[in-house]
Design a binder for this molecule. Structure first.
Ligand code: FAD
Length: 428
C-alpha cells in the first residue's frame, strides 16, 4: 500500500488530504501531519481582531473528519523533512516514512527582519488566530484611548488583500464605536501604487481602492520601506523609481498592524534542491519538485517569482482559490504517478479574491494570475461582504465534513468559467 504524507493542516493541507482520499479511495494510506489537531480559518482573522468573531467560530477539530475519511492525523508537528530518505522527522523524535509527500506548511512570518516588528514588539498581526486575539485586546485599548493608527504591508510582503481588508474593517469598527473621528489612519505599503496587490493591479483595483480610501479618510504612503517600529510611531522611507530615498516619514501610531514578508517554515528551510533561498518549495507547473520527484507542494509555501521589478520588493499573493487549484492538480498528479503515468495536471493559479470592508468590499478575478490576462475583473459592492461570510461558512463546513469539493461548488465555479485545472491531456 502506498503511503502519502501531507505536511501542514491549514487551508491547503486539509483539503489536500480529503481530495487525495476522494481520488485514491482506500488503496492508499493518507497521513496528515499537523501542529495540533485544530484547523483555523486564517481569512477570518481580521474579523477576530475587532471582535466580530471568536476563536471557536473559526476553528474546527480535525479528528472526527479525519477518522471518518480514514486519514491518520499526526498532530505533534514536524521538525524536519528529509527528502533524500523519504522521511519526515517529527518534533517528538518519531519519524514517518512516505512514498509521496505534499508540503502545505504555509508561511513563516518574518517579523525579525525589521526592528520592533511583530506582536512580541510594537505591532499587531492578523496572520494567526493567537495574534488576532491579542490585536482585539489592543483594539479595545484604542477605543478607550483613541489615537493615530498605521495599517499596511512591509517590504517583501506578498499578502496585500488582508492589509486593505483590515484597514477598512478597522475603520468600520471604529465608526461603530463612535471614535473614528479621533483616529487618523495611514496606510503604508511597499506596493508601487494603491491596488497593485502584488499582481500589478487587477481590473481597476487602483481606482476602486484609492477612491474607497479617500472616502474613508485613509491617507497612504506607497513604495514604503519600513526602517523600524517604535511604540508610538512607524519610521519608513519612501523610495523613488531609481531606488533613492524620496522622503523619510515618521508617522505617529498608537496601534500598528502591517503584514510581514513571508518565508518557508523551519522544517523545510535550507534543503538543497527542495527550497529556494527564502525557504519556499521549488515546484514545476505540476506542483512537483524538480529534484525530489515524489515531493509536491501547495499553498503559500510554494516558490513563485515576483511579477516584475518594483522600487521596493513585493511578492505575489497566493489566494484560497489558487491554492485549491494547486490541490486539485496535485491529487491528479499523485494518482497518475501511482498508476505508473506521468504527472500532467496543471493548476490554473487564478487569483480570485474577496476583500471585505465590513459593510461592503471589493472582489477581483485575475485569470491567469500574470498579465496579459483573459479575465481582468474587479468590482465592489455590499454583496462582497455577504460573499465573504459565505466563503467562511462554506469552507469551515467542508473541513468539518471532510469534503474537498462538493458537486454544487464545482457547478458554480464552472458556471463562472473559473476552472481549477488547465485543459491538459489527463483523464478525469
Ligand atoms: P496555512 O493555512 O497557513 O496552513 C499552513 C499549516 O501548516 C498551518 O496549520 C501550520 O500550523 C502548519 N505547519 C507549519 N509548519 C508545520 C510543521 N513544522 N509541522 C506541522 N504543521 C506545520 N486568501 C483568500 O483567498 N481569501 C482571503 O480572504 C484571505 N485572507 C487572508 C487573510 C490573512 C490574514 C492571511 C495571512 C492570508 C489570507 N489569505 C486569503 C491567503 C491564503 O488563502 C491563506 O493564507 C491560507 O491560509 C494559506 O493556506 P496554506 O495552506 O498555504 O497555509
Amino acid at each position: 500500500m502506498k503511503r502519502i504524507a501531507v505536511l501542514g493542516a491549514g487551508l491547503g493541507g486539509t483539503i489536500m488530504a480529503y481530495e487525495l482520499r476522494d481520488r485514491l479511495g482506500r488503496e492508499v494510506e493518507i497521513n496528515l501531519l499537523s501542529k495540533g489537531a485544530t484547523y483555523s480559518f486564517v481569512p477570518s482573522n481580521p474579523w477576530v481582531a475587532v471582535g466580530w468573531r471568536g476563536r471557536e467560530e473559526i476553528e474546527v477539530d480535525l479528528r472526527p473528519a479525519c477518522a471518518k475519511r480514514n486519514i491518520t492525523l499526526h498532530a505533534q508537528g514536524a521538525a524536519r523533512v528529509h527528502p533524500g530518505e523519504n522521511r519526515v522527522e517529527m518534533l517528538d523524535g518519531s519519524s514517518l516514512d512516505y512514498d509521496y509527500l505534499v508540503i502545505a506548511t504555509g508561511p513563516d512570518l518574518a517579523f525579525d527582519e525589521i526592528e520592533g516588528f511583530g506582536p512580541q514588539h510594537h505591532t499587531q498581526s492578523v496572520c494567526h488566530i493567537d495574534h488576532a486575539l491579542a490585536a482585539k485586546e489592543a483594539f479595545d485599548k484604542l477605543v478607550a484611548n483613541p489615537g493615530p493608527v498605521v495599517i499596511g504591508a512591509v517590504q517583501g510582503a506578498s499578502c496585500f488583500g488582508p492589509a486593505y481588508e483590515f484597514a477598512f474593517i478597522l475603520d468600520k469598527a471604529l465608526r461603530d464605536a463612535k471614535v473614528r473621528d479621533r483616529v487618523p489612519m495611514t496606510f503604508v505599503t511597499s506596493e508601487p501604487y494603491i491596488g497593485h496587490l502584488g499582481l500589478d493591479g487587477v481590473g481597476d483595483t487602483k481606482g476602486l481602492l484609492e477612491s474607497a480610501m479617500r472616502s474613508k479618510h485613509i491617507k497612504w504612503v506607497t513604495n514604503a520601506r519600513v526602517n523600524r517600529f517604535e511604540n508610538d510611531k512607524v519610521v519608513a522611507e519612501e523610495i523613488n523609481e531609481d531606488g533613492s530615498v524620496k522622503a523619510t516619514h515618521e508617522i505617529p501610531s498608537v496601534y500598528t498592524m502591517m503584514l510581514p514578508a513571508f518565508r518557508g517554515v523551519e522544517a523545510i528551510r535550507g534543503i538543497e534542491g527542495l527550497t529556494n533561498p527564502r525557504g519556499f518549495i521549488l515546484a514545476d507547473k505540476h506542483q512537483q519538485n524538480p529534484t525530489y520527484r515524489n515531493v509536491f507542494s501547495v499553498g503559500v509555501c510554494v516558490a513563485i517569482p515576483p511579477m516584475g521589478k518594483t522600487p521596493v520588493p513585493v511578492g505575489v499573493p497566493k489566494t484560497g482559490f489558487m491554492i485549491e487549484s494547486m490541490v486539485t492538480a496535485t491529487a491528479h498528479n499523485i494518482a497518475n504517478l501511482i498508476a505508473g503515468e506521468e504527472a500532467n495536471a496543471q493548476g490554473t493559479w487564478n487569483a480570485v479574491c474577496l476583500a471585505d470592508f465590513g459593510d461592503g468590499g471589493i472582489a477581483f478575478v485575475a485569470q491567469p494570475q500574470l498579465p496579459p490576462r483573459n479575465v481582468n475583473w474587479s468590482s465592489q459592492g455590499k454583496w462582497v461582504h455577504a460573499a465573504k461570510i459565505g466563503f467562511e461558512k462554506y469552507f469551515l463546513y467542508k473541513v468539518k465534513l471532510g469534503k474537498s469539493e462538493p458537486f454544487y461548488e464545482k457547478l458554480t465555479l464552472q458556471a463562472l468559467g473559473i476552472d481549477k485545472l488547465k485543459a491538459v491531456s489527463f483523464d478525469t
